[in-house]
Design a protein around this ligand. Structure first.
Ligand code: 5AD
Ligand code: SF4
Length: 474
């Protein structure tokens, strides 16, 4: 079985790193595990992934399932017998992109075209209507059915679909085909029980389901044995984790248990919901060196009035109190966030509250979005839509303000030395790239070679809004 990293998974969510083609002995790709060697069926697959890290990781699991069934990874879509799109519907543009991709296969008869993920769940049978050349539709809450669906297609089935949402199971597999050789994702909780007024996720990913802690810890051990040193725990609301097993670990206990796995040097977690963000998480970061000093805590709006309309379950002041716990930690913890501008009814004052919140927190990074009305969400029928031009103006204003904040925060790091986990090589620039524990990207030069997967000390010599530049110091 091939152990190179050029598996047929393409993602729009993360930069492909050169490490994927590098012949580094460590960290290693996770071995494919299956009870018996897969039967080679001569068919190949290609997965294109849109959206969040959860989707990226779901594609890794789907790839594992297909490899175990004897499929090969195709080098490109044209060569694949099975072309899968793992889709995102969080904003309208993402969903449109999927249909434009599907349009490229109009009339295709040689390949099996499949749609997975959030658009599959949202549109269901409608996909067969809009793109009759699609023969597989499977929502993310139904992935455990995927092997059966593929089997049905293999035995001549023309159209297969799975859209169950009322499942209390998670999609667990021991045959995940990890695409990133440096950072390994582990899903600890799927779905979401919140009901934010703008968000399709509870509809597309179903109710919250946590995974048993023993299973998570066993996976972390396997990853460490395979050579990984960094693990990222994933969930739409990762810190709402509740162990369904008799051990009944809470999120902090699970975080610490994963951090205690021999060989694991960094543990990250995303995304945290402010409502379930307790002081114990900050204490755990302080007390546990392997837990990275970064918290992604989406605020969405700085206006309590809008937060209420969004059903975010916290006020501006309550959010800021949580930020004060993080700022009070012994370690300098970086904080990033998600913000939506132009939610229905957002006034100039509400928007000004969001801008002032950026100043008050001093975020190290913000993903900001124009509000996009989504089907099956309560906000879609709210009055007070903000004109598109005004939404764009607010977004540009907010992004410029945040850019200035990042320039100032990063400039304060010049001259400092930080431990960097090397994850890419920019050959043309003669630079390496890696991340600090606070998740800042650092591009740096080094006289040494073969640095992928290594932990190095790097002195920062320059800073931009989105990354740092430095040099390797021994
Ligand atoms: N419109 C714009 N942004 C949205 N997000 C979620 N739903 C919408 C929507 N309807 C953003 C939120 C969330 C991030 C993943 O996407 O900020 O945290
Ligand atoms: Fe969507 Fe809110 Fe759930 Fe996050 S917490 S996934 S924004 S509904």
């Amino acid at each position: 079985m091939s152990r190179t990293f050029d598996v047929g998974i393409e993602s729009l969510a993360h930069q492909p790193v050169e490490a994927q083609h590098h012949d580094a002995p460590s960290p290693a790709a996770e071995p494919i595990r299956s009870a018996s060697p897969p039967v080679v069926n001569g068919k190949s697959f290609y997965i294109e992934t849109f959206g969040c890290q959860m989707n990226v990781h779901d594609s890794e699991k789907v790839a594992g399932v297909l490899l175990a069934r004897g499929y090969r990874a195709a080098a490109n879509p044209a060569q694949a017998d099975l072309m899968l799109y793992n889709t995102c519907s969080i904003r309208e543009k993402a969903a449109q992109k999927v249909f434009s991709r599907l349009g490229e296969w109009r009339g295709e008869t040689q390949k099996i075209i499949g749609v997975l993920g959030c658009v599959a769940q949202q549109e269901g049978e409608e996909i067969f209507e809009r793109a009759p050349w699609v023969s597989l539709v499977c929502g993310s809450a139904s992935y455990r059915k995927l092997p059966d669906l593929v089997a049905e297609l293999e035995s001549g089935g023309r159209r297969v679909m799975a859209l169950d949402l009322d499942t209390d199971e998670t999609f667990e597999t021991e045959i995940t085909r990890r695409d990133n050789p440096i950072r390994a994702y582990i899903t600890i909780i799927e779905g979401c029980d919140y009901a934010c007024a703008y968000c399709v996720v509870p509809h597309t990913r179903g109710p919250e389901r946590s995974r048993a802690s023993d299973s998570v810890i066993a996976e972390a051990r396997r990853l460490a044995e395979a050579g990984y040193t960094e693990i990222q725990l994933l969930g739409q609301t990762v810190n709402s984790y509740r162990d369904p097993s008799p051990r009944s670990l809470n999120f902090v206990e699970l975080l610490q248990a994963v951090a205690a796995v021999p060989g694991i040097r960094r543990v990250r977690f995303t995304t945290s919901h402010p409502n379930d963000f307790h002081r114990e998480i900050v204490d755990a970061i302080d007390a546990t060196p392997a837990v990275c000093d970064h918290v992604h805590l989406p605020v969405q709006s700085g206006s309590t009035r809008i937060l209420r309309a969004m059903r975010r379950t916290y006020t501006r002041d309550e959010y800021l109190e949580k930020i004060s716990w993080i700022r009070g930690a012994k370690r300098a913890i970086s904080i990033t966030s998600d913000v939506i501008v132009g939610f229905p009814g957002e006034t100039d004052e509400d928007f000004a509250d969001t801008v002032s919140l950026l100043d008050a927190v001093g975020y190290d990074g913000v993903f900001s979005f124009i509000y996009s009305p989504r089907p099956n969400t309560s906000a879609a029928s709210m009055p007070g839509a903000i004109p598109e031009g005004e939404k764009s103006r607010r977004l540009a204003f907010l992004q410029e303000r945040q850019r200035q904040i990042q320039i100032a925060r990063n400039a304060a790091l010049v001259g400092g030395e930080f431990e960097v986990l090397v994850d890419a090589r920019h050959a043309a620039r003669g630079q390496w790239a890696g991340r600090t524990t606070s998740n800042r990207m650092v591009n740096f030069v080094s006289p040494r070679e073969n640095l992928l997967g290594e932990y190095l000390q790097v002195r920062v010599t320059r800073a931009g809004p989105n990354s740092l530049v430095g040099e390797h110091v021994d």
